[in-house]
Write a protein that binds this ligand. Sequence first.
Ligand SMILES: Nc1nc2c(ncn2[C@@H]2O[C@H](COP(=O)(O)OP(=O)(O)OP(=O)(O)O)[C@@H](O)[C@H]2O)c(=O)[nH]1
Length: 711
Amino acid sequence: MELTASRAMPGHGWVLAACLLLLMGLFAALVSATQLRPGESLPVEVQPRSDGVVQLRFELPAQVTTRWALWFPREPVSRLQLVAADGWRSETLQFFSVGADEGILPAGYAFLLPRDAHGPMTLEAEMAGGLHGSLRPVLAQATDVRRVERSGVALAAAVYGGLLALAALALALAHASRDRLFIGFFGFTVALVLLLQAMNGHLYGLPGVRFFGLWQLQGVSALTVLHAAAALWLIEAYAMHGRGYRHARLVRGLGIGLIALAAVFLLNLPWLAQVSQAVSASGWTLAGLAVLCMLVDAGRRGVPMAWTLTAATAFSVLAGVWISLSRHGLAPNGPLLHFGYQGTAVAFALVLALSLTHRIGDYRNQRDRDRLARQDTERRMRREAARADLSTALQTQLNGLDPGEIPWQGFRLLMDHLLPLVPTESCIAVLRGYQGRDHLLVEPSDALPSVEHEINHRGLTLRRQAVAGLALQQPVRASAGGPAVAMEALVPFQMRAPGWGVLLLRRAGGDGFTTEEMSVIGELARVVQLHVDQAAAAVKLRRSAEIDALTGTMNRRTIDLWIGRTFTDAERSGRPVSVLFIDLDHFKSVNDRYGHACGDDCLRAVSTALRSVLSDADMFGRYGGEEFIAVLPGRDGAEARAVGERMRTAVENCEVRHETQRVRLTVSIGIATRQRGEDAPAAAVARADKALYAAKRQGRNCVQVAPAVFS
Ligand SMILES: Nc1nc2c(ncn2[C@@H]2O[C@H](COP(=O)(O)OP(=O)(O)OP(=O)(O)O)[C@@H](O)[C@H]2O)c(=O)[nH]1
């Protein structure tokens, strides 16, 4: 089975769009809550002076019904204090050190004006740390300022909470998947949270990390470039997943440069303080552009979510650059832009998180592929084990069987090994004319009578299907045209015509056999047939080594083997054994006169005539050329002479017909009987040979029995 790795999850785009819309809606609601409604604030005239002091002019209502406050968004000025001409001084607020009464996530600097303040007022805002362009004072009633502060806290909490939730998710995914990419995402998110906290001035009020305020703006710069390096590494790993990026070395070099820059910022060198912001903003922008290039390249290659990430990155870079410029008074500023940057950063992190969930789909596909591969391996191993088991069983159990029993036993073993692998209701092996015999094997065996009838009925069709040689599946119907009650797998055996055979397996219901099952059936059937053919051929070969090809009687090798055993048995039992040597008379002249083919016919005819005289207990064979031998266990010399005489007569009366010729032959016979103490045949054979020689000398066509000692 082939798996296509689905890169995108179904409905993923909709989930993403819905999440983003929800997030943006939440941000819009929270940001609007941080704004004062029209009429809630009074105008303030801002006049920066060359000595760094900013003059603020405004007019409070004459009626003192409520307390007024001046509120500044929390920008990174190191110190801020308001001074009135009459000597009134506000408390001093610092960006890098949050006072205990400012709360944990202050959104701005709030100064309560004197209780009785009314009419026109001029205040001087003394600040250190630059960034005058970002000073946007808001004059409102103290209760409204507190509400704006509370909304700011809620917005910041939502931003940090969302990002920290994504960081926790990244850690969980990293643990589950052991993919370094999720650790990268965790690092990216944590760096983003720290950066936003540092930029919003929240980091310096948190217990445990307050000390970070020591680095002042250089700390913010270090976090800026670290965040840029994390984004660079993460996007390179995500977008270039499994494939080298053309400019990978450049990107890595930039990343290492940014980390080195962060280390330099953390040295807190005084001369760097002035330029750290500009340098870090440039590094951040450069990294953003590199990320954009990689994402565009990835988008072109069809990496999922690459275009969405490109859009989110472009927004983030633009917002970041804009904020940087506006802080230096080079671009218009506004709360929406400030908070919008935070929203864009969170949206970017969310899009990235959703993009990374594609990896989960990849893992799932990979796991499915692994599982399928494992199942496939297990199946192959089971199949291989079954094949090996069957081969071993066939090798041991077919050995030494009668040729007629070999196919039956072989196909019985096939069923025994096949049925546990391919569960079926019934299994039938039909063999016709296979090695000269018909076989029908049925499992379960009590179905044999009905199967026999059915197979006879289907004989012609089955034969046609067997000869076609194609394994197939077909429905089995209870009646012609009726519904299918079972599926039948038909696997033909490859047999030499006119023999044919098929294996039929039936499975109840409509469930057919899988391709794998059909293949296993075919493979095991082939294995069995191979072994059966080999076993039958081996028997044939063994027989041909024992039998004389011309006469079909034992050959000399077999006779030598058996005569030795007969003599050993006779010595043990004390019974007599006689050996007869029979030689055709003047056979050379038969060959010369009628030809060799006629001579062969004569040898066959004489062999049959001689054998006809002997009993089953006697041994007979061709000893070589025109010489035969007979071994008669339990017969003494007199009995052997009588047998020899009958043999001689049988040949004498035999007329061999070859084409138009009629040939008559005679034989001379020499006989010897085992003597006491002889447990080997050599001496008796030699005496029989001498007796034969004597018979030839006597004039042939006669029988001579060897005396104990020839003179
Ligand atoms: N056609 C045929 N002839 C064979 C075969 N084996 C041996 N012969 C022949 O048997 C003949 C044996 O001849 P000889 O040993 O001279 O004996 P003989 O002619 O039978 O004469 P005597 O044994 O003395 O009676 C030879 O001509 C062999 O060629 C065989 O397998 N087929």
